[in-house]
Design a binder for this molecule. Sequence first.
Ligand SMILES: [Zn+2]
Length: 66
Amino acid sequence: MVWLLRKCEKCKGYTLRQDECPYCGGKVHIPHPAKFSPHDKYIKYRQALRGLDEIEKHGNRRNKKS
Ligand SMILES: [Zn+2]
């Protein structure tokens, strides 16, 4: 239930409270895992395609030899 968690901007603590941090009274926000932005996804997708292309080339080379 990660989406129920809030992270305090002040003490970086996690809480289930939606309004404020129970420890320091700081503002809380939804902690986003920033590693999966659409831009990164696109780059990873392109890198994956490039990797497949390499495998295909090697595979073709192997096929020609045999
Ligand atoms: Zn706090």
